[in-house]
Design a protein around this ligand. Structure first.
Ligand SMILES: Cc1cc2nc3c(=O)[nH]c(=O)nc-3n(C[C@H](O)[C@H](O)[C@H](O)COP(=O)(O)OP(=O)(O)OC[C@H]3O[C@@H](n4cnc5c(N)ncnc54)[C@H](O)[C@@H]3O)c2cc1C
Length: 265
């Protein structure tokens, strides 16, 4: 690990000004991704600004239209929240399948989506439910937020403060996890929302999470597992690595989509 200056922010405004003042500052949330990156000397920030002391950033608020989850809310808190389980059970299920208990105890929703790992689970829920990302500067529709591998619409000095998930009519998430890390080899989030069908795939795309319009159209006509059973995603744009080939991932997308629709039916 290279040397850096550590700061504990007391508020979002304080974190923003510390970030602006730093030569090459980095926010730290749960540290589940950032700390290993620093330990391996893959990053050399001048300053670390810890969001852990900002109480307002953690917590879950529910109203009739959905749930708003603060950026510093851990995966474990989402997985066990009565409000999330009641409004969007698929989201609680997704959070409960992230990593292991240690990761779920430390990792946060804000850190996960800001990092935008192509195998992370939350991007599928954000796109699948048509969520809104609330930041220190503005609100961003999830469809506009995830820009590619580890890339988001966030400016360098912008902080995710919350994610607002509208309550769907029905939804489910199914993933085929990497047996070691539990990251998604393929994860498919399916939802019938107030604005129509959404099918979001994580783990497979070379540019991260993406929607499958052919499946959305088919589910619009008939919300049944059979409706997506014969729809496959071309493997040309999918990831191929030591864990799975692009062809295998393409196959898994159809299988996970079928399972998700069956679970949501
Ligand atoms: C062993 C292991 C297994 C895992 N398995 C899974 C899995 O199955 N599924 C899955 O989805 N994830 C998995 N993860 C990732 C984990 O769930 C965390 O969500 C992820 O590491 C990032 O969250 P964090 O709070 O730890 O963020 P950090 O590591 O603290 O930060 C990550 C990045 O986000 C930035 N950041 C943090 N918070 C904010 C914010 N509020 N606004 C703007 N930028 C911010 C940081 O500057 C940094 O660049 C795994 C991690 C580990 C170590």
């Amino acid at each position: 690990m290279y040397d850096f200056s550590y700061h504990r922010a007391g508020s979002v405004a304080d974190a923003s000004s510390k970030l602006k003042a730093a030569e090459d500052g980095k926010l730290v949330a749960g540290g589940m991704t950032l700390i290993p990156t620093l330990k391996q000397r893959l990053a050399q920030p001048s300053d670390l600004i810890d969001l852990g002391g900002i109480n307002d950033l953690a917590g879950i608020k529910a109203d009739g239209s959905g749930v708003t989850i603060g950026a510093m809310t851990t995966h474990g808190a989402v997985a066990t929240s009565k409000d999330v389980k009641s409004a969007i059970p698929a989201l609680a299920h997704l959070a409960g399948e992230i990593g292991d208990p240690q990761v779920r105890h430390r990792g946060t929703i804000g850190g996960s989506i800001a990092n935008n790992d192509p195998a992370a689970d939350y991007p599928a829920a954000c796109i699948g439910l048509g969520a809104t990302i609330v930041t220190s500067k503005r609100e961003i529709a999830a469809d506009e937020f995830f820009k590619g591998l580890f890339e988001t619409a966030l400016a360098d000095d912008e902080i995710v403060t919350a994610v607002r998930f509208p309550k769907p009519k029905r939804a489910a998430y199914m993933k085929f996890p990497n047996p070691a890390s539990r990251y998604a080899l393929v994860g498919v989030f399916v939802a019938e929302t107030g604005n129509g069908m959404r099918v979001a795939v994580t783990g497979a795309g070379q540019n991260g999470v993406f929607r499958v319009k052919a499946m959305e159209d088919a589910l619009g006509k008939s919300f049944a597992a059979d409706a997506v059973a014969n729809i496959s995603v071309p493997d040309g744009d999918l990831n191929s690595d030591i864990h799975a080939s692009a062809e295998y991932r393409a196959h898994l997308i159809t299988v996970m989509a079928k399972r998700a629709v069956a679970a949501a039916e």
